[in-house]
Design a protein around this ligand. Sequence first.
Ligand code: NZQ
Ligand code: ZN
Length: 387
Amino acid sequence: MQNFDVVNPTRIIFGKEQLNKLPQLLNEANAARILITYGGGSVQKIGLLDRIKEQLSDFHVFEFGGIEANPEYSTLMKAVKVAREEKIDFILAVGGGSVIDGTKFISGGIGFEGNPWDVLEKKEGCDFTTAIPFGTVLTLPATGSEANSGAVISRSEFQAKRVMGGPLFFPKFSFCDPTVVATLPKRQLANGVIDAFMHTLEQYLTYPTDNLLQEREAEGILSTLIEIANVVDHPEDYKLASNLMHCATHALNGNLRCGVPTDWTTHMIGHELTAIFGIDHAQSLAVVAPRLWEYKFSEKQDKLTQYGQRVWKLEGDNVTIARLAIQKTEEFFQSLGVKTKLSDYTTDFKECDKTIRSIFEERGWVAMGERQSITPEDVQAIVKATF
Ligand code: NZQ
Ligand code: ZN
């Protein structure tokens, strides 16, 4: 088993009707001037924003709405300005991964004296060194952002999507109430299942390790997601919804990566497809992953076989099981209504394989994957296979 060093300080308040705990948690965080951040209107529509504001009558509350899916740098910079002017000392993110990620950026940007884009560009010597504390009220189980310290920020004028994070960016607390799932459109539910599934596979579909517990935990999340995937047609079913939310948090709260190799190349390529074509994050993963596994078949075959046997209960010789495991996964994504070819989303894909290869070269991402064996040339071939 590989060594590991892990901490996750985020308090998770899971379940129904727990918002009455919000004032106490804010008091414990010494919050006085609170900025509520949210997206394009779903939290008003489902009455959640009003319910939260009722709980905050003893606090000085400001609002910043309009954070887009794939949160935009320019919008977030407006929030940074508001937060500075109003001397905000706590942020409450109410939304899905985009609002929570955007809030992580805002919390770091408030006290940053240079150009925050330099931080996202990872310019030498540029990093957030302070962050305003924040909590979250999750409305979309998918990214795990409610329980981790990472964020992904977009800047569409540059067709760019950049990652940031670090120990400053764990939420102080996150309210995870599965009843919010009931109002989610099918597309977002399918995205949630696939994103959680792929977070698990990025930390599992590598090579066999002797970390038996971590492998079984990953298989447990994958099997549970398959079992409850009909949540996309029955979002009001609390058993299905609560298991989806629990799985999505567990898939990316830092636990699965303990003592195992990880890949993440599907995510890195997927982020570029979203930046260029605007396709949903989970859709981008469904497009890339099967082609990447086929391309790296010999390196991933042992683990594909284990996955096929344990999760999909496949039988036969090892190579057949490994190939079938890829097919089963792609069919699973399709069964949720998500298409798995880039050409299903855009007719404008030509040359994007070259573009993405150059982006990887420019950023120095020349040795990706669990064996550091995926080069920009391989990335180009994988993207080409998605058309
Ligand atoms: O903007 P509103 O009106 O709120 O609508 C949102 C949005 O249009 C809607 N929605 C959210 N909760 C709802 C709801 N509609 C009805 N009822 C509700 N209860 O859903 C739409 C999508 O929301 P978004 O937050 O964009 O989705 P998701 O949670 O999938 O987040 C995607 C973003 O997270 C990043 C992705 O790259 C993408 O930018 N990721 C963040 C990660 C992290 N921080 O750890 C890891 C991931 O791999 C991912 O990269
Ligand atoms: Zn993801």
